[in-house]
Design a protein around this ligand. Structure first.
Ligand SMILES: [Zn+2]
Length: 321
């Protein structure tokens, strides 16, 4: 039986955030696995920022009527890929045939992403969609297949599955194709608090090496205050276009639950609040924004938070999409 032990490396190389779930290399259903495509699902569980992957345990361990693992990866509310299996999983059932995917054993033919949202009154998040497109493009490139080999369960199911809901699968394939053709240029840049000439903060911001989750040598911190005293990150954006904005912070129970990140877009400043008590030590997507060409301050960490706890300024990454 084939396995896809390359999955984690391929995802990370594509800029997808990955959490490895235990013994993923050896967790699989018995039987054949020779994937030629990628199948998108939704879990039917209601996810949220504070409960980002409610179906993770079921996808790993299965349920009374269906043995796990139930997918190669679960995509959480924040767009993080939880990689569960490098082998065959019970996600697709019988394929009725769709596009270039033939009729047959769907679990042999396809790699499955379970995107954790309920699909009834909840859509997938932008972070989930962006990550699933990037992951699908990277995996199909690795498999030597084009974007038509990305399908939705509702297209291959012989039993009336409706997932993934609220998504135009032709538009999804177009986005995957654009990603595979290198659309967007792929420019990416990181500014850390220690990057010379690109980070500005007042002396009210202290320097810390306390958390092992820091990016680089250290990071900056300050008490929340109802005043404008932001730390700014400056980037030389190559051309006006859409950019994914990500932030990295070390997490700590004493840090701020609603830290404002301000993004200077072509239509004004936009603010995204993050919980710096959790999900530290990794890139977290703030969103995709249209930025103007040129060298300027682009992203700020503001101290103007209504929550208690230190606000932290560590690193910011922009990636052209
Ligand atoms: Zn499904």
């Amino acid at each position: 039986m084939a396995t896809i032990g390359w999955l984690v490396d391929v995802l990370r190389a594509a800029g997808v955030q990955v959490v490895v779930e235990g013994d993923w290399l050896n967790r699989a259903r018995p039987g054949s696995f020779d994937p030629i495509g990628v199948l998108w699902h939704h879990t039917a569980a209601t996810s949220s920022a504070s409960n980002p992957h409610p179906a993770l345990n079921i996808c790993i361990n299965g349920r009374p009527d269906l043995a796990g693992p139930l997918c190669q990866a679960l995509v959480d509310y924040h767009g993080v890929f939880h990689v569960i299996s490098a082998g065959r999983c019970n996600h697709a059932g019988v394929s009725g045939g769709s596009g270039p995917i033939p009729a047959g054993d769907g679990n042999t033919l396809m790699i499955g992403w379970e995107i954790d949202y309920n699909g009834v009154d909840q859509r997938m998040t932008t972070a989930q969609y962006d990550a699933a497109v990037a992951a699908t493009a990277a995996v199909l490139t690795r498999l030597g297949r084009d974007a038509s080999y990305a399908r939705g369960h509702r297209e291959t199911s012989t039993t009336g599955k409706i997932d993934p809901s609220f998504i135009d699968l032709n538009a999804m394939r177009a986005d995957v194709a654009a990603k595979m053709s290198g659309g967007g240029g792929g420019w990416s840049s990181i500014v850390d608090n220690s990057t010379a000439g690109r980070f500005t903060a007042s002396g009210n911001w202290g320097v810390s090496t306390y958390s092992g989750q820091r990016y680089g040598a250290d990071y900056r911190y300050a008490d929340p205050v109802a005043a404008s005293d932001a730390a700014w990150y400056r980037f030389n954006v190559p051309r006006t276009g859409n950019y994914r904005v990500e932030a990295w912070w070390p997490a700590n129970a004493g840090y701020n639950a609603a830290t404002p990140y301000v993004v200077a877009t072509t239509i004004g400043n936009r603010t995204v609040y993050v919980d710096q008590r959790a999900t530290g030590g990794q890139w977290r997507t703030l969103g995709t924004f249209t930025l103007a060409a040129g060298d300027a301050d682009r992203v700020a960490v503001s101290r103007w938070s209504s929550a208690a706890g230190l606000v932290v300024a560590d690193a910011v990454r922009l990636t052209e999409v």
